[in-house]
Design a protein around this ligand. Sequence first.
Ligand code: UDP
Ligand code: MG
Length: 312
Amino acid sequence: MDLSIVIPLYNEEESLPELAAWIDRVCNAAQIEYEIIFVDDGSTDASWEVINKLVSSNHTIRGIKFRRNYGKSAALNTGFRETKGDVIITMDADLQDSPEEIPELYEMVKEQGFDLVSGWKKRRHDPLGKTLPSKFFNRTTRAISGIKLHDFNCGLKAYRSKVIKNIEVYGEMHRYIPVIAKWAGFKKIGEKVVEHQKRKYGVSKFGMERLIKGYLDLLSITFISKFGKRPMHLFGTLGTMLFFIGFVIGIYLTVAKYFYEVYKMTERPLFYFGLLAMIIGSQLFVTGFLAEMISRNSPDRNAYQVEQKIGF
Ligand code: UDP
Ligand code: MG
């Protein structure tokens, strides 16, 4: 199988037949052997019935239905587990991403050797309330991850199979798949400018809360990939530093009181800074120990990305 197309959807009944027919047309013209995996994320409209019809008329289409709505990341992760293609393309179900991009994305992974190619909606047809926060989001993610992409959250992306088989997407982490892939050691990450349409049917499934969740998820990903297997290195360093600063302040104040000063030590603001630093410092330290105990028990404490083995 050349290509698996994973499409997460939540209440997109109107778009699905059009999308499936369009993908079929494009892939046949480009002579790509493909499969479509629709992941119905607990839709409450007729999406699943529509998928059933599509499956019975086209043997390259498969469908998975969640019992309830778990979110786009969950849908993608589940779809990924089922793919058989050498290349995997994800796209949104709402026809905002154009299937016309498929052949070129496929070619970039297959022929040009990219591990991951992200779409870039350079000309976007979304309201300002969405594009503006998105600029900020992309800039922050670029700075923290060091990956030079313009549009991390683009639903249209292509992957080498081994990338998605070796990473896990959960929560709302679908926005950060390039970051997760990079931490997992996949280096060749590319970008392609893609067409973007206005939403034709239905409504957007994400509101303003995506800003807060997106920000928190970025912090979690960064923390887990850097310190997930050695949390004490972060908490211990911070805790020791803070405690030390507080301790030095305490010594200084004590010495100052007995040798130079007449007024009370507790009347100096520095006293409270010192006290606070020592308390917070020791709390961070203890947090580090707790985190170590938790990570020792976590099932993936020794999950490393093995690229190759030889001579076994
Ligand atoms: N989606 C999903 N589960 C959800 C929310 C969204 O599977 O809980 C799907 C949705 O049906 C669409 C894609 O994720 O195929 C992108 O969602 P949407 O178009 O609403 O996002 P936007 O384009 O507004 O960023
Ligand atoms: Mg959309």
